[in-house]
Write a protein that binds this ligand. Structure first.
Ligand code: GRF
Length: 219
C-alpha cells in the first residue's frame, strides 16, 4: 500500500509528529501532512502543526460522547482532507471498528514496548517490573485488538541497572523518533506488504548476523 496524503492524530506533546514533519520537510518522505487532529484542545501537537502551517482539527469527547459517533466525525474529517494514511502518535483513544473498517490497514500506531510484550498503558513501568533486559518501541498497523496489529518496524534499547521509568521512557522515545518516520516512509514508498499478521518490507537488507546481549558477552 502507499498513501501520500497523511493525517496525524495526537493527544499530547507531539514529539513524534515533529519527527515526521521534520522528515517530510527535508524531503526524505514524499508525502503531505494534510491535517493534525486532536481530542485535546491544548495538545502541544496542535501548536507544532500550526507552526508548520498544517491545518488542525479538534474533535472532543464532550462533543461526541459516543465512541462510534466520535469516530464517524474523525472519518468525515479524514475523507474531507483526502487522507490515505492515518498516523496515530500518542492519540489516547481506542478506535472503534467503524474507523478501522473505513481505513483497513491504513492506520498505524507507535507503542513504547516491544510488542507483543506489554500492550496497553504504563508499559515502561511494566517492563521494569518484569525485569526484561531489553525494551523498545513498535510501529504497527491497527486492528480491532489493543496493540495487536501487524508489526512494521521495531527498535530495541537496553534496560540499565536502576533505570527509572523516566529514563527508560526517554531512551525509548528517542528511538520512536527514528522508527516512526521510517515506517511512514516505507508505506508511502509502497514497500510494505501485509500477509495476515506478517509484514514484508521490500528492498530492505537486514544483517542476519547482528545480535545484542545485555549484559554484553565478550568474544
Ligand atoms: C509516545 O511514547 C508514544 O509511544 C505513545 O505516546 C507517546 C507520545 O509522545 N503512544 P509524543 O506526543 O509523540 O511526544
Amino acid at each position: 500500500m502507499s498513501g501520500n496524503t497523511i493525517a496525524v492524530l495526537a493527544s499530547g506533546g507531539g514529539s513524534n509528529l515533529q519527527a515526521i514533519i521534520d522528515e517530510v520537510e527535508s524531503g526524505r518522505i514524499l508525502c503531505k501532512v494534510a491535517v493534525v487532529i486532536s481530542d485535546q484542545v491544548d495538545a502541544g501537537a496542535l501548536a507544532r502543526a500550526k507552526e508548520h502551517k498544517i491545518p488542525t482539527e479538534v474533535i472532543t469527547k464532550a462533543d461526541y460522547p459516543v465512541r462510534e459517533e466520535y469516530d464517524r466525525e474523525v472519518i468525515r474529517v479524514l475523507k474531507g482532507y483526502g487522507v490515505e494514511l492515518v498516523v496515530l502518535a500518542g492519540f489516547m483513544r481506542i478506535l472503534s471498528p467503524v474507523i478501522i473498517e473505513a481505513f483497513p490497514l491504513k492506520i498505524i500506531n507507535i507503542h513504547p514496548s516491544l510488542l507483543p510484550s506489554f500492550p496497553g498503558l504504563d508499559v515502561q513501568e511494566a517492563a521494569l517490573k518484569a525485569g526484561v533486559r531489553f525494551s523498545g518501541c513498535t510501529v504497527h498497523f491497527i486492528d480491532t485488538g489493543v496493540d495487536t496489529g501487524p508489526i512494521i518496524i521495531q527498535a530495541v534499547v537496553p534496560v540499565l541497572n536502576n533505570d527509572t521509568v523516566r529514563e527508560l521512557s526517554i531512551r525509548i522515545l528517542k528511538e520512536e523518533h527514528r522508527i516512526y518516520p521510517e515506517a511512514v516512509r516505507l508505506i508511502v514508498e509502497g514497500r510494505v506488504t501485509v500477509k495476515g499478521q506478517q509484514v514484508m518490507i521490500n528492498d530492505s537488507k537486514v544483517d542476519a548476523e547482528v545480535s545484542l546481549t545485555n549484559p554484553p558477552v565478550k568474544g
